[in-house]
Design a protein around this ligand. Structure first.
Ligand code: PMP
Ligand code: GLU
Length: 392
């Protein structure tokens, strides 16, 4: 069978692969604990579900405007003004089927063959492959673990060349949970303001943060960025809505128009009912967020404590998101694993715990654990990991 050259460059998503494997083993009746999925284990808020029910009752079953209904765009603008003090017009906002789809569209309409995309690492698995699919070259600039997986402005600036067309900033980060302070964002923004390339702010974990900080947005810290920056966000993480699939971007009107054109020739509008639910999430009461974040914090503390007591494992305590990126260099040899990916496979077989190897995040010396699961599952999973590592 002949497939395109394009697809040959793309690897399956490592995060989704682990999630699928865990589900497959569970379906076979095996007891497996899933630390793979990067999605809140909370229920979508009742008033959001109610809005979806009402949309069905009203019969909102049809195509909408490709980039989102006027109501959804208004809700997105309300959110950006309320939470980020950023004012946008409808023509500067586009909604799509998840933040992933938004980023995909964005790269498709901005990148050409030969262009470079600067990706701070460790990085979320999909950035690299999306850049490749757009014909561009991912250029990873790794943050050092000793620096808390945060890049200095000098390190970031050094990665930018004449060919750089895009830089992605994801704070708090998947997979490390590293989160920039306002002062660091300010210095990054100053460096990026003069660069002739798109600056993408992937804000999907903006509210899942434990350091008590809520920095002003980079676009406010450095208004010159506004002309060449794109804000990307999604309802997936903040509102526990991963399966609903609704993401959005805000940026200059010509860019948004191009993304909408692409979407009009591919997926058309995001699901009509989901647009109503997302609108309710974005513009309605926000008080269910804090308890979720507090629960994540409790789990983060537990997970970091457990890791601290296991010989050979270490972790930089994450300040956001719901992942720990565990340094496993100290156990690889004893476990007979060449890297984090092999260790993850062995842990699935030997300990019945599904987690993601670090290779596709840019670091073979790590594995990623998602703690977006119950305390009881975390306790059992860590008991199993600890026991298995003692047995090898
Ligand atoms: N950016 C980052 C850093 C993520 O971890 C995710 C989660 N998959 C996304 C974007 C996209 O999420 P979604 O497509 O569910 O909106
Ligand atoms: N962002 C989540 C993760 O990293 C969801 C899966 C994905 O889209 O990659 O696990």
């Amino acid at each position: 069978m002949r497939l395109s050259d394009r697809i040959a460059t793309v690897r399956p998503s490592a995060t989704l692969a682990v999630t699928a494997k865990v589900l497959e083993l569970k379906a076979e009746g095996r007891e497996v604990i899933g630390f793979g999925a990067g999605e809140p284990d909370f229920r979508t808020w009742p008033h959001v579900c109610e809005a979806a029910h009402q949309a069905i009752d009203r019969g909102e079953f049809y195509y909408t405007a490709v980039g989102g209904t006027p109501d959804l765009k208004k809700a997105i603008r309300t959110k950006l003004a309320r939470d980020n003090q950023l004012e946008y017009a409808d023509k500067e906002v586009v909604a799509s089927c998840g933040g992933k789809h938004t980023l995909y569209n964005l790269m498709q309409v901005t990148l050409n063959p030969g262009d470079e995309v600067v990706i701070p690492g460790p990085y979320w698995v999909s950035y690299r492959d999306m850049a490749l699919l757009a014909g561009a070259e991912p250029k990873v600039v790794m943050a050092r673990e000793e620096s808390g997986f945060l890049l200095s402005p000098e390190e970031l600036a050094a990665a930018v060349t004449d060919r750089t067309r895009m830089i992605i900033i994801n704070s708090p980060s998947n997979p490390t949970g590293a989160a920039y302070s306002e002062a660091s964002l300010q210095s990054l923004a100053s460096v990026l303001a003069d660069k002739d390339c798109w600056v993408v702010c992937d804000d999907v974990y903006e509210f899942i943060r434990y350091d008590g900080e809520s920095p002003r947005h980079m676009l406010n810290l450095e208004p010159r960025l506004r002309e060449h920056a794109v804000v990307v966000n999604s309802v997936s993480k903040t509102y526990a809505m991963t399966g609903w699939r609704l993401g959005y971007a805000a940026g200059p009107a010509p860019l948004v128009k191009a993304m909408t054109t692409l979407q009009g020739q591919s997926t058309t509008n995001p699901t009509s009912i989901v647009q109503v639910a997302a609108g309710a999430a974005l513009s309605g009461p926000q008080d269910e967020l804090q308890p979720m974040v507090e629960e994540f914090k409790r789990r983060r503390d537990y997970v970091c404590d457990r890791i601290g007591t296991i010989d050979g494992l270490s972790v930089v305590v994450p300040q956001g998101a719901f992942y720990v990126f565990v340094n496993v260099a100290g156990v690889l040899e004893r476990a007979g694993a060449a890297d984090g990916d092999e260790l993850a496979l062995k842990l699935l077989e030997g300990a019945g715990v599904g987690l993601v190897g670090g290779n596709d995040f840019g670091s073979p010396a790590h594995v990623r654990i998602s703690y977006a699961t119950s305390m009881e599952q975390l306790e059992r999973g860590f008991d199993n990991i600890e026991a298995w590592l003692k047995s090898v």
